[in-house]
Ligand binder design. Structure first.
Ligand code: IVH
Length: 686
């Protein structure tokens, strides 16, 4: 319910809704903490909680001591000792959009008696989605660590936190600063997305239960009675504040974080000292748009008044301080219903079950389809048509179904059966492991998908060749194998619906551009060798240097390469054994395809070897992806941001802030022509 609607409720209605919300929240708490089977997403839970908090704020007379708002988080588990926090570990109020951040700013000015045009200085930092923890240092020595628990009393996890490498056992000495007699450092215990994935893979291999997300994995790893298990999991600690401090004092929150860094902690970063709420909002948008590039899961930003003297004047409610707020990102999980299931045939013939959903908005995008991965997954989750499910969307990743809300079943749900024939060409299907595959090598569905992949940005990067065009080219018989793409004529394309003279010419130009000097690893990725993704393709290009050599490689030779296992080795050998594949590759060369094969010695000599390169602004002669892949092929590393570690910045048209930063740091810069010259000197024909 929106705040506006809440205000319209009568006293009686509000009372009723408060009671209803309490019951709902208690029920979901039970499902989450006791049964470990949540029925709604965290965001949906937060939404209910927030509504209750707001209604209780409007009608404080209805607050009862047993309201879920009166206790924060989970009570400590009995197996751990208890630690009473010197200062309660409160939680944060949420803002879901710019307006609510502005409301927060206005409220602060109101409480402080300042005019609305006054400017408050804030610190904005990421909100890390982990487990909050307090670590006490007495005379600079690690003494005690506890979880937040219910905010008042937490669990004693001193031996467990000791195993986290980024938690100092002794505070570093800081010039002109005495060692504090006592300092309670607060922060988040986290597991990186990468380590979470690795851990889950390992658990799955051992047949053990996996974790739903990095936060649960961090919590499960920290709250282990045997600290040796915690030690085996790679946890991290990022500090975001302090509790009691004795022996030193702070005036500003930014000073707290800087000092914690000097003491040897990782502190919340990137952070920005904002002159006013507009700058906070800018930061909020920036971090949300960059959310996927962080090593850790973020669920928002935290905004804090920088001047700590104001903290006392602003005070706190029972649950949260008035000097800080969380700017939440749009939720990535929502519940919805499965209306139907369709079967999609991929480029290797794999048949993927795809759920057709009642459309639902997930982090700003309407989602109406989600992958069910394979039929083992369907069986494991016991997902059925008609089920209410939780869908998740993260960045560019295909939306997926993460859980089924079984309590919502009515009995009318229909099981999802594997197909007996290919849904596109009607051929037989075979089961290979968890997957069903169409056996027809010339199934048109495979070719369409193969073509889409071949032309995609990270493969051959053919501008203007997307899904629709690929479908049309195959349907009209203009493309019968991948090589046909290089034989297309403008007249052929003009026959396709939706193409005019200019767009047809653009596509032809795009195809011609894409066949020049293709880095070997891109080509290997593009031709769709089963089990060869970008990473393996790079590995192969690096080891063999030429297509010819790779084609001659034996199974045993391939197996010797670190990172290549029996399955990949077999796929490669079988791919090149297939006469048809060789014919298609040769046909591509006949059409003028040129690979850029680089030998190790050349890489070592190249002007990019071992260098970190950053691009800013648009390039006119090639796409950014192609430029990046040349640098990587020649032994360089491409980074997205400028820092002191950057060796070279390539400046295109209309460069962004990276250009200014590079100027400030005095980093070497080249323009597009100079960049092309560098490529040419390394043997790339551009
Ligand atoms: S400041 C009074 N800063 O978010 C509470 N919290 O919902 C002050 N969190 O319990 C908290 N990143 O576990 C703060 N940069 C950050 C944070 C952060 C994550 C967590 C923390 C807190 C929860 C509040």
């Amino acid at each position: 319910m929106t705040r506006k609607k809440m205000r319209k409720l009568s006293r009686e209605e509000a009372k009723k809704r408060i009671e209803e919300l309490r019951e709902l929240i208690n029920y979901h708490n039970y499902r989450y903490y006791v049964l470990n089977e949540p029925e709604i997403t965290d965001d949906e839970y937060d939404e209910l909680f927030r509504e209750l908090v707001e209604l209780e704020e409007m009608y404080p007379e209805f607050v009862t001591p047993d309201s879920p708002t009166q206790r924060v988080g989970a009570p400590p588990r009995k197996e751990f000792g208890e630690v009473r926090h010197s200062i309660p570990m409160l939680s944060l109020q949420d803002a879901r959009n710019d307006d609510e951040l502005r409301d927060f700013d206005a409220r602060i000015k109101r409480v402080l008696g300042l005019p609305m045009n006054a400017e408050i200085e804030y610190v904005a930092e990421p909100k890390f989605d982990g487990l909050s923890c307090e670590i006490v240092y007495v005379d600079g020595k690690y003494t005690l660590a506890s979880t937040r628990g219910d905010g008042i009393v937490g669990e004693d996890v001193t031996p467990n936190v000791r195993t986290i490498k980024t938690v100092p056992m002794r505070l570093l000495k800081v010039q002109d600063l005495p060692v504090p007699e006592r300092i309670e450092v607060r922060g988040e215990v986290l597991m990186s997305k990468k380590d979470f994935q690795k851990l889950n893979e390992e658990l799955a291999r051992r047949g053990e239960k996996t974790f739903a997300n990095p936060r649960n994995a961090a919590a499960g790893s920290l709250r282990q009675l045997d600290p040796n298990i915690t030690a085996q999991r790679r946890l991290d600690f990022i500090a975001w504040g302090v509790g009691v401090v004795e022996g030193i004092s702070f005036k500003k929150h930014s000073e707290v974080l800087e000092t914690l860094e000097k003491f040897g902690f990782k502190a919340a970063k990137p952070r920005r000292i904002c002159k006013n709420i507009d700058e906070v909002i800018e930061f909020y948008h920036r971090i949300e748009s960059e959310r996927d590039s962080f090593d850790y899961e973020l669920d928002g930003i935290v905004v804090k008044v920088n001047d700590m003297e104001l903290w006392e004047r602003l005070g706190s409610t029972a649950r949260s301080p008035r000097w800080a707020i969380a700017g939440k990102f749009k939720p990535r999980q929502r519940t919805t219903k499965i209306l139907d299931v369709v079967y999609q045939v991929g480029r290797t013939g794999t048949i993927t079950p795809v759920a057709v959903l009642e459309p639902v908005e997930v982090s700003g995008v309407i989602v109406s389809r989600a992958t069910l991965h394979n039929f083992d997954y369907v069986k494991l989750m016991d997902v059925r048509v008609g089920d209410t499910v939780v869908v998740q969307r993260a960045g560019d990743v295909i939306p997926e179904i993460v859980s089924v809300v079984k309590d919502k079943r009515t009995g009318k749900e229909r099981p999802i059966e594997p197909p007996t024939r290919c849904p596109v060409c009607g051929a037989d299907v075979v089961k290979e492991g968890a997957y069903y595959r169409c056996v027809n090598i010339s199934c048109p569905a495979k070719l369409v998908q193969a073509l889409i992949h071949f032309a995609s940005r990270r493969a051959m990067d053919i501008e203007g060749l997307g899904g629709k065009t690929a479908q049309l080219l195959v349907e009209r018989g203009l493309v019968k194998d991948l090589a046909d793409i290089f034989y297309l004529k403008k007249e052929d394309i003009l026959k396709l619906p939706g193409f005019a003279d200019k767009s047809a010419q653009n596509l032809i130009d795009g195809i011609n551009r894409a066949k020049q000097d293709v880095p070997l690893h891109r080509f290997l990725y593009a031709i769709g060798i089963p089990n060869v993704g970008e990473f393996t393709a790079k590995l192969l290009a690096d080891k063999f240097g030429s297509l010819e050599k790779l084609m001659k490689a034996t199974y045993d030779q391939l197996l010797q390469i670190e990172g290549i296992g029996p399955e990949i080795a077999r796929s490669i050998v079988e791919f090149f054994k297939e006469k048809r594949n060789i014919e298609v590759i040769n046909k591509m060369f006949k059409a003028g395809l040129k690979l850029k094969e680089v030998r190790k010695e050349e890489v070592q000599k190249s002007p990019f070897a071992g260098k970190t390169v950053v691009f800013t602004g648009a390039l006119s002669s090639m796409t950014r992806d192609r430029a990046k892949s040349y640098v990587e092929m020649l032994g360089g590393r491409v980074s997205n941001s400028v820092s002191r570690k950057t060796d070279l910045v390539v400046v295109g048209e209309n460069p962004g802030s990276k250009y200014q930063k590079a100027m400030r740091l005095g980093i070497k810069m080249v323009n597009e022509d100079e960049f092309l010259e560098m490529l040419r000197s390394a043997g790339v024909e551009v």
